[in-house]
Structures are given as C-alpha cells and as structure tokens.
Design a protein around this ligand. Sequence first.
Ligand code: AMP
Length: 189
Amino acid sequence: MNLILFGPPGAGKGTQSKRLVEQRGFVQLSTGDMLRAARASGSELGKRVAKIMDEGGLVSDSIVIDLIAEQLDVCAGAPGFIFDGFPRTLGQAEALDALLESRGEKVNLVIRMRVDDARLLERITKRFEEQGRADDNPATFARRLERYYEDTAPLVPLYAERGVLIEIDGMGSIEAVSGEIDAALKQSV
Ligand code: AMP
C-alpha cells in the first residue's frame, strides 16, 4: 500500500501517520521530519535547508526526492508506505510515480484531509505554544499555507483523474478522522 496523506500544514497528517504506523506497521515517510532531523544533526544538508524552512518556503524538489528515494530503499519490503508532506509539487509527484514504477508499484490511495483555514490557524497556534516549532509562528505559517495553495493543492485533480483520491473531513476529533481514514483504506482494498 502506497498511501499519500494529503492536506495543508496542520491538517493532522503527522498524527494520523503515526497512528497508522502503530496499528498497521506502515512506514511513515515524512520529508518534514527528515529535514528537521538533518538540521538537528548539523549536517551540510540541514544547513542548506534551514533558511528556506524558517521562511516557510519549499526546499528544492531534488533534495526531497533524494530523501524519499533513499528511504524507499532502506525500508524495502515494508507492508505499506505513508507519504506525509510529500509530494508537494508536480515535479515531486512525477518523481514519486517514477520511483514507485521502477519498483513495480504505484500510488494506491491519496487521502485528502480537508480542514478550513480558520481551524488550521487554531491548531497551529496551539502547536506553536505547546511545541515551539519555529515555522509554526503565525507569519511563517501564512507563507506555508500560501505555498500549499499555490504549489501543492493543484495536485488534487491529477490524483482525482486517476481515481485514487478520497476526500475526508479533517475537521473532527482525532477519533472521528481516524474512523474516516480507516473507512477510506477499507474502501480502496
Ligand atoms: P512539514 O513538517 O511537512 O510541514 O514540513 C516543514 C517544512 O519542511 C516545510 O515548510 C518546507 O520548508 C520543508 N518541506 C517538507 N517537505 C517538503 C517537500 N516535500 N517539498 C519541499 N519542502 C518540504
């Protein structure tokens, strides 16, 4: 199962990915987590992406594609992959198709978590207070959201045309959203 959890920052992709990892043994491939780990380790890559991330921009396609390619190899044989925060551009979506195709696989399901902007801002403000993630501050969050609408949301029709897109209401409680995601997974089998 190659599942893309799709949605704006603050939609709950990370929370739901972690649950699916625990309950189903899927592997979560979060490019945001990988980039934060690179920064924390003080690597060259971490230094290169720091400014872009702090400004709420998108790091280059080639960087995140390489990270994903590497992890697909490291975790080969896993019962499923959850792509969290990837792809975010058309170039990334095409690269993902090619990476999966070379392994005899494809994107099986894209679950789009719909959450309105006011609720996203509420959630991110809370996360900023609780976790202090620098790019959750209101000004940077606004830029991240802008990037989402400009670069990432246009991928929705692409997956819809292929018949792999399921839209869910991401506004409810974690339990309610979990139920919707589990139903979507069941439906796609
Ligand atoms: P996230 O944790 O997914 O919200 O990602 C945090 C930040 O990492 C984003 O605001 C971007 O700067 C960067 N980032 C994460 N994933 C990607 C991606 N697929 N393409 C480009 N930039 C990314």
